[in-house]
Design a protein around this ligand. Structure first.
Ligand SMILES: Cc1cc2nc3c(=O)[nH]c(=O)nc-3n(C[C@H](O)[C@H](O)[C@H](O)COP(=O)(O)OP(=O)(O)OC[C@H]3O[C@@H](n4cnc5c(N)ncnc54)[C@H](O)[C@@H]3O)c2cc1C
Length: 500
């Protein structure tokens, strides 16, 4: 019998599994897909020889996350690359402001707002690793937050009470600088005018300034492979193509899982589920194992917007008009705060955005292993409604053309470079990974009422569930989306604690 069964091999599942195995537990990971990694993997989705990240592509937590650090993935061969600029923000009016880890370079790019950027970068430097520790630690431990000190806490609390547009207008004077923070907040479902949107925007900006938007050599799958090495060197195993349909509960304790092949696999000490909360509570657990009030709370769990993702194989780098964008790991489109507000309203209203906000990744500029010599890859996503009238497949090609047109406006000649493209509408993403419900890349809304003590639902914000020995460890738990492994790491920590 295995000590622990981990359901799902996304980064949180694998971090949990490797952490348990390192402590001497025998661990089995069950993954429904025929490849590991969840949204952390790479495939040649366009043409042979081009390596595209299927989901996560930039890793601000690579060096900041206590979970990833504890597994020392560098020692099993994981290597990182970064760009001159972390994120460029070009607009159709020809302006461009870029974030860089070098505060002087970034200050030059921010022009009249250079001193304001220096203050932010200085703030990040003064907090150092304490910021990530406070963000990623399990709740409700107040110690990492207290270690930040009162002034830093007040500064962060101010952002937590602000919209990203309001905060940007307060600290920057020029329109190009003001569009940076609202664009970062839109990685998730936080529009420029949403309460507390500044918190996530600020954290991403500070992480970019401090650690950068790093990319792993070989693609996102290199992180998954390194996590698997850590698991396997301690005797842990993964079984692919195995869906966990049910969890068996005996005397209010989780004792085994039942797979799609009808196998019953017992777990001696714990079961950790890297799955969505609705799947866990409504599909996998017997109804009588979950109190009615918990079922009601989970029923109210909301997912964020859909994600529309594209990959391209290119014959040359993107010919951005803005020089800085040609040297940036990531590029964010958004012509102004007003443009990003319009985008948000269109998505919330169920329409395809007319001028799509895009997060664009230029991984091959940093890592030459991503494409054949002289060729390049490009990765992008826009946020979109979860569902479209008549189904997504009807709208897919047309919206992909609109995205290409959007990039062409900022980089004339882009379309002529396209050798191949791959398109993933929200329903394609969900088929690839059932945790991406409605194509939401975040495992649940990032709005304030879905964070901290409310993720996935109060009072089960500490990875535990009403069933003893069963833990939820996906991005639907605190601290949410992103490849930091903290949900898995913290859940494994709770499993150890409960054992003791
Ligand atoms: C398009 C896109 C872009 C992104 N960009 C970034 C980025 O640049 N940087 C960043 O940090 N983050 C990014 N993210 C978010 C990040 O990838 C996720 O937050 C992270 O992968 C969540 O990890 P997880 O382990 O919780 O779940 P997932 O990665 O979703 O993995 C869950 C796994 O569990 C498996 N599973 C589910 N149910 C079962 C079951 N019943 N039985 C067996 N297996 C099951 C699934 O098949 C899947 O493999 C992006 C995500 C997407 C989709």
């Amino acid at each position: 019998m295995h000590d622990a069964i981990v359901i799902g091999s996304g980064p949180n599942g694998l971090v949990a599994a490797a952490t348990l195995a390192r402590a001497g537990w025998s661990v089995l990971v069950l993954e429904t897909q025929h490849r590991p990694g969840g949204a952390l993997y790479s495939l040649p989705t366009t043409l042979p020889g081009f390596v595209h990240d299927v989901g996560a592509a930039f890793f601000p937590f690579a060096h900041a996350s206590p979970a990833l650090r504890s597994l020392d993935l560098g020692a099993v061969g994981l290597q990182w690359r970064s760009g001159l600029y972390e994120s460029a923000h070009p607009a159709l009016d020809g302006t461009c402001v870029s974030v860089s880890r070098d505060p002087d370079r970034a200050a030059r790019s921010f022009g009249p707002d250079g001193d304001a950027w220096r203050r932010l970068a200085g703030w990040q430097a003064s907090m150092g690793d304490r910021l990530a520790q406070a963000l990623l630690c399990p709740l409700p431990d107040p110690r990492p937050a207290l270690r930040l000190g009162l002034l830093n806490l007040l500064g962060l609390a101010r952002a937590g009470l602000s919209t990203s547009a309001g905060y940007a207008r307060r600290i920057f004077r020029t329109a190009p600088a003001r569009r940076v923070l609202p664009a970062l907040a839109l990685h998730v479902d936080l529009g420029p005018e949403d309460f507390s949107g500044a918190a996530l925007a600020l954290v991403l900006a500070l992480l970019a300034a401090g650690y950068g938007f790093q990319v792993p050599v070989g693609g996102a799958k290199a992180i998954t492979e390194a996590l698997l090495k850590r698991l396997q060197e301690h005797g842990g195993r993964i079984e692919l193509g195995t869906h966990v349909d049910r969890i068996l509960v005996k005397g209010r304790r989780a004792v085994a899982v039942v797979t799609n092949r009808g196998q019953e696999i017992p777990a001696g000490r714990a079961i950790l589920a890297d799955v969505g909360p609705k799947a866990l509570y409504f599909d996998m657990l017997p109804e009588e194992a979950v109190p009615g009030y918990v079922r009601n709370a989970i029923r109210a769990f909301r997912y964020g917007w859909g994600t529309f993702k594209m990959d391209w194989a290119l014959s040359a780098p993107v010919p951005w008009l803005a020089d800085e964008a040609r040297q940036a790991a990531a590029v964010h489109t958004g012509d102004s705060i007003e443009d990003l507000i319009r985008f948000t309203n269109e998505v919330r209203g169920g329409a395809l955005p007319s001028n799509p906000y895009l997060v664009i990744g230029q991984q091959s500029l940093l890592d030459s292993t991503r494409a054949p010599a002289g060729r390049h890859t490009l990765w992008t996503y826009s946020r979109v409604p979860n569902r479209m009238a008549g189904g997504w497949q009807r709208h897919k090609e047309g919206f992909a053309d609109r995205i290409e047109q959007r990039i062409e406006g900022l980089a004339p000649g882009f379309r002529q470079l396209i050798l191949g493209r791959a398109i993933f509408a929200p329903d394609d993403l969900e088929r690839m990974n059932e945790n991406l419900v409605g194509g939401d890349l975040g495992g649940g809304s990032a709005q304030f009422d879905h964070q901290l003590f409310w993720r996935p639902a109060f009072p089960y914000f500490r990875y535990r569930t009403p069933v003893r020995g069963l833990y939820l460890c996906s991005a639907s738990t605190h601290p949410g989306a992103g490849v930091h492994g903290a949900c898995g790491f913290n859940a494994a920590g709770l499993a150890f604690k409960d054992e003791r």
